[in-house]
Design a protein around this ligand. Sequence first.
Ligand code: G1P
Length: 271
Amino acid sequence: MIKQAIIPLAGLGTRLLPLTSVFAKELLPINGKPGIEYILDECIEAGIKQVIFIISQKKIMIKNYFYSDNFYKQIIKKKKDPKIIKEYKKILRYKKMIKFVYQNKPRGTGDAVLKTKKYIKNNFFLMLLPDDLIIKNNCSKSMIDIHNRYKSSVMASMNVNKKNVSRWGIYKLGKKLNKKNFLIKDVVEKPSIKHAPSNKAVIGRYILPKKIFYKLDKLKPGKGGEIHITDAIQALINENNKFIAHNFSGKYLDCGSMNGYIKSGLEISKS
Ligand code: G1P
């Protein structure tokens, strides 16, 4: 059963500078709602009960957003505005399910995952990368269904333009399970066009096994001096652990770059 999700939020957000020099990108509104709330709603709808936020001191603003009880209480006391009460109730509901852990040095996604090691209870957990929004279909929910059916790890996947492969984790296709699901043979973090095994990219939704922590513990920094989750996944694949690539339905939106962020707002307002 997948009941816990983790969300790495300690990234510097350099693709969204200058905004991110003072602001946490995950709180930026997309069609009037902070990006992180879309991710939380996806988790709730997929049956997740606890979400672990990996933040840094620099991004304490994210914790403050969910811990502004005094602010709300004072305002509500003065004006009993039902809209504000509703907003506060929503924040309280999120707050109850979030646990905060810290990654104060941005050493990569793998290192962020490692910070959650002692809090993961079951054999599998969900990870969502907040730059990747998927609308019109709950990708986490579909992946949990696949996990329940095959009892294996799952990653969201989509075809990308060959010339952009170096932006993504790229995998080599294995056996076809059915129309939307394939086994993964190999996965490599941000390969050059020349070395990319395909144009099939890993998107920011993962169902990972608890044993990945033991791989991460031993992992040396990879590309760009960071600890990559992709490298730990490859280490597990090398030991015959099954990873399924799930070609998700729904629309992918990249909120981590300025262009993508602007487009995301427009797309969501239309949907
Ligand atoms: C991360 C992963 C990469 C994956 C991508 C999906 O990269 O390392 O393998 O394809 O997310 O968004 P990042 O976006 O953190 O550079």
